[in-house]
Design a protein around this ligand. Structure first.
Ligand code: BES
Ligand code: ZN
Length: 602
């Protein structure tokens, strides 16, 4: 069994790179950030690792303007020639660079397009402080190539150093060793000493400040957001310690969070050393911090051991969801983690229903060739992946599973992993030691068949059982004010709202709203579970709050179901189009891309 997966990796259908011939190993990046023209411009110098006699370096690009390329060694470079391939709507363009004999590095002078899909440029009004503009990147899955010519394949890793020049009053941060204070020049230096794939390249620039939480953790946010963020994430160090207790030492030295403006299109992004998070988890009561546990867990599953291609995405996300819930259990106990497990399971059942019983997109191992990974990656990788590990836990016990997972991370750290290599490793290290276990687990059905194998254990939560009782009582006529909701966390509320029938009349919603102020909840998950009901019922007192939410928040996970619910409501089409027109300038391209299709704008 080979543990150096690099030699036997499957081809990446989403990259033009040919790392088997020559791969990048270190990046020297020098970039200037221009908020006026919405461009990044500078030089990327790639230091190379030859695997054979290659005379060309193939990189991925999309919408980049290439101005000049030189090649040579660290002492001397000469101009060289290059060729851009035909643009493809999904993969962008190959950049094929001639390498003179013995060339160990190439330097590319380039500029990004104002439309670069990874970048979102916000004007001051779109930030919390309203004073300065803001820029952030989102590189996963295949958007790094829109701001950096690179081998944009998760099977290729490199270390980097960067110099980033920004307007004098702003702070720049990367997925690297970061400054904690602004400097007068606006020039910042970064170093990432551990090798990472291109999708973990990240940059943010804004009116940002830092507060330490422990010796190795802290929070970056806009100054007006910092106090709330600092209190919301007070348990960050405990989370890192819990994660280390489970699966071994944290390998990236510092772990900081960056709280972004609300247009950030995801809940979180596991950029190494600096997780990016949405401000929609600032609920005021620490109720939505499992998202941080999730991104932290990626410091092992994903960032240390990385899916080889996007077809193997479940190896990143499935392990991470399992790990996330184990961290939450360590901090807040089993009944709490069980609620998260049931919420995830409900989402899984919903996705399975949406995709249908025969969909190949419900296999763990995906086939995304020819498709945009951004559209092909769904809940299955997360929750079916987690469920496979949960089933394994059920069959062999935690002790043995934990030892396996810890060793898996340790042995493959800073390497990539594809599904076939993982299965070979799992057999060799675990399944073969228990005769009959592979069949009992129904491993092949998890990986290469739709739906959920019958062996999967039931997923239950005592706290949710009580919520379901309350829901029955309410449906049976008990007034809202008599329900025992005083101790409910937002998870209980979300479960309650998910359980409501979808055809409730507006007066019933009014009765709930009067008792619990759901329309004015400060919790984004509660709002996202409530609005579909208000839309279906035509409960108008919630309309203004819904519109405000759609205009302020750019998190795709909330937007897609809410726009779908709005489209299905009476006068929904006109209302959805009107809100979208107003809201769209506030959305990142990964959100507007999905919504354009949903609203017929593409
Ligand atoms: N790595 C993902 C985000 C991602 C996946 C970006 C695929 C682009 C392509 C991140 O770790 C994630 O899963 N975020 C979730 C939150 C999590 C708690 C399920 C999100 O953003 O909703
Ligand atoms: Zn994730």
């Amino acid at each position: 069994m080979s543990t150096s997966a690099a030699l036997s990796l499957p081809a990446d259908p989403h990259s033009y790179a040919r790392p088997a011939e020559v791969s990048v190993r270190h990046l020297l990046l020098d970039l200037s950030v221009d908020f006026r023209s919405h461009t990044l411009a500078g030089i990327a110098t790639w230091q190379l690792q030859h695997q054979g006699e290659a005379t060309e370096l193939w990189l991925d690009t999309r919408n980049l303007q290439i101005d000049a390329i030189t090649a040579g060694n660290e002492h001397r470079e000469e101009p060289t020639t290059w060729e851009n391939g035909t643009p493809d709507a999904i993969r962008g363009q190959s950049l094929r660079i001639q390498l003179p004999v013995g060339a160990s590095q190439v330097s590319i002078r380039y500029r990004t397009s104002p439309q670069a899909a990874a970048l979102q440029w916000l004007n001051p009004e779109q930030t919390a402080g309203h004073q300065q503009p803001f820029l952030f990147t989102q590189s996963q899955a295949i958007l790094a190539r829109t701001w950096l010519p690179c081998q944009d394949s998760p099977g290729v890793r490199f270390t980097y150093e960067a110099t980033v020049r920004v307007p004098a009053h702003m702070l720049a941060l990367m997925s690297a060793e970061n400054p904690q204070m602004r400097n007068a020049l606006g020039e910042y230096h970064f170093r990432m000493a551990q090798p990472i794939p291109a999708y973990l390249m990240a940059l943010a620039v804004g009116d940002l400040a830092f507060t330490p939480l422990s010796g190795r953790t802290g929070i970056y946010a806009e100054p007006v957001t910092l106090p709330a963020a600092t209190s919301e994430f007070a348990d960050l160090e405990k989370m890192v310690a819990a994660a280390e207790e489970l699966y071994g030492p944290y390998q990236w030295e510092r772990y900081d969070l960056l709280v972004l403006p609300p247009s950030f299109p995801f809940g979180g992004m596991e950029n190494p050393r600096l997780t990016f998070v949405t401000p929609t988890i600032l609920a005021g009561d620490r109720s939505l911090t499992s998202l941080v546990a999730h991104e932290l867990a990626h410091s092992w599953s994903g960032n240390l051991v990385t899916n080889a291609t996007w077809n193997d995405f479940w190896l990143n996300e499935g392990f991470t969801v399992y790990f996330e819930r184990r961290i939450m259990e360590k901090l807040y106990g089993r009944p709490y983690a069980d609620m998260l497990q049931v919420l995830g399971h409900t989402a899984l059942l919903h996705t399975l229903e949406e995709l249908g019983p025969a969909s190949a997109d419900t296999h763990l191992h995906l086939n995304l060739a020819g498709r945009d990974p951004d559209e092909g990656l769904n809940e299955i990788a997360y929750e079916k992946g987690d469920y496979l590990l949960l089933t394994l836990e059920h069959l062999i016990g935690r002790e043995e599973l934990d030892a396996f997972i810890k060793e898996y991370f340790t042995r493959h750290r800073f390497q990539s992993m594809d599904t076939a290599s993982f299965i070979a490793y799992l057999r060799h290290e675990l399944l073969d030691k228990h005769p009959g276990l592979e069949e009992e687990l129904q491993l092949a059905a998890w990986v290469n068949a739709p739906g959920i194998p019958a062996i999967a254990p039931p997923v239950t939560s005592e706290r949710f059982d009580r919520v379901e009782q309350s829901l029955q009582d309410w449906l049976g006529g008990t007034p809202s004010t008599l329900l025992p909701t005083q101790e409910w966390s937002s998870h209980e509320w979300v479960h309650f709202l998910h359980g409501l029938p979808d055809n409730l009349p507006a007066p019933r919603l009014a009765e709930l709203d009067a008792a619990f102020q759901l329309t004015h909840s400060g919790n984004s998950e509660i709002l996202a579970a409530w609005f579909p009901h208000t839309l279906a019922a035509g409960y108008q007192p919630a309309d203004a709050a819904l519109e405000a939410f759609l205009i302020r928040v750019g998190r795709r996970k909330f937007l897609v179901p809410l726009y779908k619910a709005l489209l299905a409501a009476s006068d929904g089409h006109e209302r959805a189009q009107a809100v979208y027109t107003q809201a769209r300038p506030n959305y990142h391209s990964v959100a507007s891309g999905t919504l354009d299709a949903l609203l017929g704008r593409s």
